[in-house]
Design a protein around this ligand. Structure first.
Ligand code: IMP
Length: 436
């Protein structure tokens, strides 16, 4: 039996969808534990391309893989139902038992999306996905949130919707925003509840029982460590716990049940939305040659957000930040993705620390002003011209690419157990499988 947590080790979009999909071959239950429809997994299987926002990519493996949405998530019921319908139309999710949704997960209301949108118009915008994630978690923490179970209790739901209006009315009115009329919102929410209730379960108890039966459980994180609400580049973060410990709190299982934590890292770095990004190749002050390298990464790596379509900011691999992710997550292995995108670079750089106000630092500072002024210290390695997409074992990679991978391992102090060299399932070098 193995229970494995998979998390993003950078600022999200590390290619978790593909890696989770690969590992789900060995798992019986796949649990999504954080965030909501701010995430987007692009999955390529055969000639099919599919983007999921809420349902874990385990769903692609077909019947019998149980996909769980845990209690720590914030779920937009409309998006959820659209996703279910899309999956069903492709012949997936045919058995209702394959989808398990926590009654304790919080509901994203239309006014949460509206507040998110209005905030992003203001001077304190942080470049959110405008999916209402922050306002839904705020309502949860303020203990006035709507939970999935409330969608099937009309009286209670009406009370909660009235409370939500009371809290948000002034903010929305002052900025010229609108509410969905109460009766309409109530009616729609109750209709969603009727459609979704067949999937409702106490997911803590469900996952615990599955573990007791000796089934393999894979916990799938969303976003990345540097977007974590407690540890990331605050305030330019998401509103949930994106690190491995978040799987335990979200799902109500103890850390001693976990056997391995795999951090997914791209062979370079990307970030979407605002906030500091020391190794960025681009932005206002970039040299022409750096901006061209950033553009090359974006083009070759198809670096556009799968949720919002925004172009992602691209830069060199930041190992100093990756070391932080290794510590916060207790990472036992790394899955390195998109190595193929670096082919044809004459030289490749790895950030090993920063200069901050004349001082050398080996880790990203906590103070946002200091992070914004951090100048990366680079180690430069020889690049490789050869194509890597056909490599199926480590030794088939060009020597310079092998050196790059080994250097990352040495600098982070964690072994790389998987290397992805293309979007397809087969374009993978599996070195160590955490389920075996
Ligand atoms: P929110 O999660 O929509 O509130 O957005 C907060 C920050 O997290 C913004 O910078 C977003 O671009 C970023 N973010 C949220 N979800 C993802 C993701 O799945 N990938 C990458 N960035 C994300």
């Amino acid at each position: 039996m193995a229970n494995v947590i998979i998390v993003g080790a950078q600022w999200g979009d590390e290619g978790k969808g593909k890696v989770v999909d690969l590992y789900t071959e060995f798992a019986d239950v796949v649990v999504r534990f954080g965030g909501g429809a701010n995430a987007g997994h692009t999955l390529v299987v055969g000639d099919q391309k599919l983007i999921t926002h809420l349902i874990p990519s385990g769903v692609l493996r077909g019947r019998g893989k149980r996909c769980v949405l845990a209690g720590g998530m914030v779920i937009d019921p409309k998006t959820l139902l659209e996703e279910i319908a899309e999956l069903k139309s492709r012949g997936l999710l045919q058995d209702d038992k394959d989808l398990v949704i926590s009654t304790a997960a919080h509901v994203i209301l239309p006014e949460h999306r509206e507040v998110d949108r209005l905030r992003e118009l203001g001077k304190n915008a942080i470049g959110t996905t405008k999916r209402g994630i922050g306002p839904a978690y705020e309502a949860k923490m303020a203990r006035r949130g709507v939970r999935m179970i409330d969608l099937i209790h009309p009286e209670r739901l009406k009370e909660l919707l009235l409370r939500s209006r009371e809290e948000l009315a002034q903010y929305i009115a002052e900025r010229g925003g609108t509410f969905t009329p109460l009766e309409q919102e109530l009616e729609e929410s109750l209709a969603y509840g009727q459609k979704i209730k067949r999937y409702f379960t106490d997911t803590s108890s469900y996952v615990h029982q599955e573990m007791t039966r000796g089934r393999h459980v894979l916990f799938e994180g969303a976003q990345g460590a540097l977007l974590d609400i407690d540890h990331g580049t605050y305030p330019f973060v998401t509103s949930s716990s994106t690190i491995a410990a978040g799987a335990c709190t979200s799902c109500g299982i103890g850390p001693t049940s976990i056997d391995a934590v795999i951090g997914i890292a791209k062979a370079y770095t990307t970030r979407v939305g605002g906030g500091p990004f020391p190794t960025e190749l681009g932005g206002e002050n970039a040299t022409v040659s750096d901006a061209a390298l950033g553009e090359q990464l974006r083009k070759v790596g198809h670096e556009y957000g799968s949720t919002t379509g925004r172009p992602r900011r691209c830069g060199w691999l930041d190992v100093a930040a990756l070391r932080l992710a290794a510590r916060w997550n207790g990472m036992s292995g790394i899955a390195l993705t998109k190595l193929d995108v670096l082919s044809k670079m004459k030289r490749v750089k790895i950030c090993v620390g920063y200069k901050v106000n004349g001082r050398e630092m080996s880790e990203l500072p906590c103070d946002i002003n200091e992070i914004e002024g951090a100048q990366p210290i680079y180690e430069e390695l020889e690049g490789w011209d050869a194509d890597t997409t056909s490599a199926r074992d480590f030794e088939s990679l060009p020597t310079a690419a092998q050196r790059y991978v080994r250097r990352i391992e040495a600098l982070v102090g964690v072994d790389i157990g998987l290397i992805s060299v293309g979007p397809a399932r087969a374009e993978t070098i599996m070195i160590k499988n955490p389920f075996r």
